[in-house]
Ligand binder design. Structure first.
Ligand code: GLP
Length: 241
C-alpha cells in the first residue's frame, strides 16, 4: 500500500484527479471503476473542469460503478446511476452507453450480478478503481464480514451504513436496505486501486485499513493484498496513524 498524506480535501481531490487524468491520457480505451458518496465529488468536479478545458477526454473510456441501491431505478434521484449522471457523466464527453452502474431495478438481481461481472471481464478488466471508505471500513457496499474473495452480489446494508447515508434521504423517503455491490475479489482484480478518505470521522477506518490486521471485520484491509493500491488521505483522516 502506498499512503499519500496531503493537507486537505482539495489536495486529495487534485491528486486523485491527476491519477485518473494520467490513465485517460495513457490509454484511449481506459476502463475506470468509479465510486459514489460525498468524497469523490470534488475529484469529479476537477475532471469535469479538465475535460471542458480540453485537457483530458473520456471519449473512448468505459466505466463501471461499484454499487447501487437494490430497489431504485436509475431515474430515482437517490440512485447511484442518477448521482453519477449528475456529478460526472452529463458534463463530460463520455458515451453514456459505455457507463455501467449495477441495475438497481433488475428483475433477477442474482443474474444481474453475474452479468455485471461478465461485462467487466468483456471490457478487459478495470484499469483503475476509485474507492471511498465507510466509517465501518466498508468499500463499495462490502460491509464488515464480507468475504475477502467475494464477487458482485446482493448485500444487506448494516445499520451503521443506513444511518450514515440517511442524510441523503428526506425524512419520509424510502431508504433501501439492500444493494448490489462489486465484491472485494472484484475490486482486488482492478489493476490499480485508488482510495480517497478525508475528515476526522474516517480516521478510525483508515487506521484499521492501513495498520490493522487483514480481516473481513474491516473490508478495506483487503487492500493490503493489492499490488498497486494508493491510499490518498488528508491530515484529519491520517490523524490516528
Ligand atoms: C457509501 C458508498 C461507498 C462510499 C461510502 C462513504 O456507502 N457505497 O462507496 O465509500 O458511502 O461515503 P462518503 O464518501 O460520503 O463518506
Amino acid at each position: 500500500m502506498q499512503i499519500v498524506i496531503l493537507k486537505d480535501a482539495a489536495e486529495v481531490a487534485r491528486y486523485g484527479a491527476d491519477i485518473f487524468t494520467t490513465q485517460l491520457q495513457r490509454k484511449a480505451g481506459a476502463v475506470l471503476g468509479l465510486a459514489t458518496g460525498s468524497t469523490p465529488v470534488a475529484l469529479y468536479q476537477e475532471l469535469i473542469r479538465r475535460n471542458q478545458a480540453g485537457e483530458v477526454s473520456f471519449k473512448n473510456a468505459t466505466t463501471f460503478n461499484l454499487d447501487e441501491y437494490l430497489g431504485l431505478s436509475g431515474e430515482h434521484p437517490q440512485s447511484y446511476r442518477y448521482f453519477m449522471d449528475q456529478q460526472l457523466f452529463d458534463h463530460v464527453d463520455i458515451d453514456k452507453n459505455n457507463t455501467h452502474v449495477p441495475p438497481g431495478d433488475a428483475k433477477n438481481p442474482i443474474t444481474a450480478c453475474q452479468e455485471y461481472e461478465a461485462k467487466i471481464a468483456a471490457a478487459g478488466g478495470i484499469d483503475i478503481q476509485l474507492l471511498g471508505i465507510g466509517r465501518n471500513g466498508h468499500i463499495g457496499f462490502n460491509e464488515p464480514s464480507s468475504g475477502l474473495t467475494s464477487r458482485t452480489r446482493v448485500k444487506t446494508l448494516t445499520k451503521a451504513t443506513i444511518d450514515d447515508n440517511a442524510r441523503f434521504f428526506a425524512a419520509d423517503e424510502y431508504q433501501p436496505h439492500l444493494s448490489i455491490t462489486m465484491g472485494i475479489g472484484t475490486i482486488l482484480d482492478a489493476r490499480k486501486v485508488v482510495l480517497l478518505a478525508t475528515g476526522e470521522n474516517k480516521a478510525d477506518a483508515v487506521k484499521a485499513m492501513v495498520e490493522g490486521p487483514l480481516t473481513a471485520a474491516c473490508p478495506a484491509s483487503a487492500l493490503q493484498l493489492h499490488r498497486d493500491a494508493v491510499i490518498v488521505i488528508d491530515l484529519a483522516a491520517a490523524s490516528k496513524l
